[in-house]
Design a protein around this ligand. Structure first.
Ligand code: SAM
Length: 278
């Protein structure tokens, strides 16, 4: 059953009462608009009774939206100044919120969450991509996470969901899309944050898809790194240092005079397979 709407103090009051002036070093840009926060919490679908990991709850804006949606939330926060505000939230939603003080980069998912969970986060920009690449790159598939709903700078979000031939298409698109469905769920204007960051943001939503047989993530990464390392060059040139890559291109009938951005995600998967079979 969903929680009844709990009367919570406005987030601005929480921030001033607990002295949570935004720290630049911790990538703190807070969201205070509760309607926007409820819309973000709705992106993964119905969370009633579901386990959610949130990274960087800060004063707890997104956290309270997740709790209102009925989720059981585990939140990792590095800034201990935020802990009293989060403790108040835990009291308002008994049994629904567990807060861990620590650095998310040093806490493996399996250590923090015992079972499958959704990950929802307004990520600190400085650690966001590192966490994301770690969640995407695991050997075990399907992964422990059921979905990722993550705030990124708009430019990074565009790179995650880019299609073949887009300017933003590159390594991040392939790593995100070869065994996930990835979509841009919501654009978020910089003015929605306190303080506003310099750039626009967007929420991406990813769910795991079946993993193609016979492809090691590390091999696909090596191929895409070489192919996009010299983006403007023909594949003949950019792949010549990667053993087996040019023969694999030929066996897949891909013209080596093409550039990396013209190959689909599926092409990269097939070339990786052919490289390992060759
Ligand atoms: N979720 C809040 C919101 O939407 O308003 C705050 C988002 S703010 C962009 C990022 C939060 O991540 C901050 O509270 C910051 O202290 C926290 N943070 C930064 N680095 C972290 C890390 N390595 N591990 C855990 N939390 C971190």
């Amino acid at each position: 059953m969903r929680n009844p709407v709990t009367a919570l103090p406005p987030l601005r009051d929480v921030i001033s009462r607990h002295g949570l002036a935004a720290s630049k070093a911790l990538g703190q840009n807070f969201l205070l608009d509760e309607q926007l926060l409820d819309r973000i919490a709705a992106v993964p679908g119905d969370l009633d009774g579901q386990d959610v990991l949130e990274i960087g709850p800060g004063p707890g804006g997104l956290t309270r939206a997740l709790l209102r949606a009925g989720a059981r939330v585990t939140a990792i926060e590095r800034d201990r100044r935020c802990l009293p505000a989060l403790a108040e939230l835990a009291d308002a939603f008994p049994g629904q919120l567990t807060v861990i003080e620590g650095d998310a980069l040093e806490l493996p998912l399996g250590q923090v969450m015992p079972g499958p969970c959704h990950i929802v986060s307004n990520l600190p920009y400085n650690v966001g991509t590192a966490l994301f690449v770690g969640w995407l790159g695991g050997k075990a598939w399907p992964p422990q996470w059921l979905s990722l709903t993550l705030m990124f700078q708009r430019e990074v979000a565009d790179r995650i969901v880019a299609a073949t031939n887009d300017d933003a298409y590159g390594r991040l698109a392939i790593l995100s899309q070869w065994r996930c469905h990835a979509r841009l769920a919501m654009k978020v204007h910089r003015s929605a944050f306190t303080p506003p960051p310099k750039v626009m943001s967007a929420i991406v939503h990813l769910t795991p898809a079946p993993m193609p047989d016979g492809v090691a993530p590390s091999r696909l990464e090596a191929l895409t790194a070489a192919a996009f390392g010299q983006r403007r060059k023909m594949l003949r040139q950019s792949l010549k240092g990667l053993p087996g890559a040019l023969a694999a291109l030929e066996s897949e009938g891909i013209d080596a005079s093409r550039r990396a951005e013209t190959l689909s995600v599926e092409d990269f998967v097939q070339v990786t397979k052919a490289m390992d079979a060759g």
